[in-house]
Design a protein around this ligand. Structure first.
Ligand code: PLP
Length: 369
């Protein structure tokens, strides 16, 4: 590609950016490779889709799209408030939880500040840091997860923001209540901590943080959650932040007034009410995770134990080749060389049928190598 005509006029942070690489859409694969019935286990979406009730709600609301949405998200915030036991003034709605990750960066960081995140962190954290022309510091991981001791030790007067995903994507590692609590205790007042809980519904661990209890104790904490994963609404773009009301107030100042659309509001509200669908989805995930782990063990592939709806597996060779061969069979998974893991693939847990097709395909690909 030739040099971008306008790059010299962009901010120093933007000059250092490369575009985010999303998972390949199914339609694109079918078009490019001429395969049919392709499956996508690449973007940690819910294979069951959204609640049927959410689909119905959207159908009903469709005629209303000529109107601007409720910019305050009153109904959804009330529902979240009673579902979570948090006052509505603690809640900020986002166009996906990515929106919240962006708002907090825009509020607190600029050229003279530092942002901390872990090695193997979610790709958006360094990206948002660069957009603000701030200094990102990647702290080496411990067992593929966050090294909180090293992160706390790296804090300086210039540090303003720390991004932590729990569980982490793409590694699926997690931090316990006590580990995170000691970490939060050690954080100075001028540093804000984002606790990204995009996959919290999936975690079935007794010592997983009850992070909402921290909101009244740590006023520099932002918890982010999403309807993109277990709620199956990734395409609608809706998520939320939980924080001290003064932090929520700042986020509402930078938030575009109609950042969450009518359909997303209605689907999230109805989705929240259908907890049976969530339980079904969690069951499919538990069984699917077991199926994948057993297959990896049989195939002699090392994997990183994951508490999310995805698992990262070491192919023992450059994973690009396996990824390409899987594409030709109609299976989309996620290469994560851009995360510094060139031999690993990240697989989203699918339905039993999808997992079976994936496992068969990997077996064939490995036998052919
Ligand atoms: C998927 C994901 C998100 C969610 O992004 P949305 O904007 O809510 O779709 C946030 N953080 C992590 C770590 C994720 O994997």
């Amino acid at each position: 590609m030739t040099e971008n005509l306008f790059i010299q006029f962009a901010s120093t942070g933007v000059q250092s950016l490369t575009p985010y690489q999303p998972g390949k859409p199914i339609e694109e694969l079918e078009r490019e490779y001429g395969v049919e019935n392709a499956i996508k286990l690449a973007s940690n979406e819910n294979s069951l889709g959204p609640s049927p009730l959410a689909l119905k709600a959207m159908d009903y609301i469709l005629k209303g799209v000529s109107r601007y949405p409720d910019g305050s998200g009153f109904l959804l915030k009330s529902a979240l408030s009673s579902h979570l036991g948090v006052n509505p003034e603690y809640i900020t709605l986002g166009n996906g939880s990515s929106d919240l990750l962006d708002f907090i960066a825009r509020i607190f960081i600029s050229e003279s500040y530092e942002v901390l995140y872990s090695q193997y962190c979610f790709a958006l954290y360094p990206l948002l840091t660069k957009i603000q022309s701030a200094q990102g510091r990647e702290i080496p991981a411990k067992n593929f997860g966050h090294d909180l001791t090293a992160m706390a030790a790296a804090i300086s007067d210039r540090t303003r923001l720390i991004y932590i995903a729990n569980p982490n994507n793409p590694t699926g590692t997690w931090l316990s209540h006590n580990e995170l609590e000691s970490f939060l205790d050690s954080i100075p007042k001028h540093v804000f901590v984002v606790l990204d809980e995009a996959y919290y519904e999936y975690v079935d661990e007794e010592n997983y943080p009850r992070s909402i209890n921290w909101l009244n104790r740590y006023h520099n904490l932002l918890i982010t959650r999403t309807f993109s994963k277990v709620y199956g609404l990734a395409g609608l773009r809706i998520g939320y932040g939980l924080s001290h009301p003064d932090l929520a107030d700042l986020m509402n100042r930078v938030r575009p007034p109609f950042n969450v659309n009518n359909l997303a509001l209605a689907a999230a509200l109805t989705g929240l009410e259908d907890q049976e669908h969530i339980q079904r989805s969690l069951k499919v995930n538990r069984e699917g995770m077991k199926q994948l782990v057993e297959a990896f063990t049989q195939l002699g592939l090392a994997y990183i134990p994951s508490v999310g709806n995805f698992i990262t597996v070491d192919m023992g060779r450059p994973a690009r080749v396996v990824y390409e061969s899987l594409l030709r069979k109609g299976v989309i998974v996620r290469p994560i060389a851009n995360y510094g893991l060139p031999n690993h693939l990240r697989i989203t847990v699918g339905t039993r049928e999808e997992n079976t097709f994936f496992i068969q395909s990997v077996r064939q690909v490995l036998e052919a190598i």
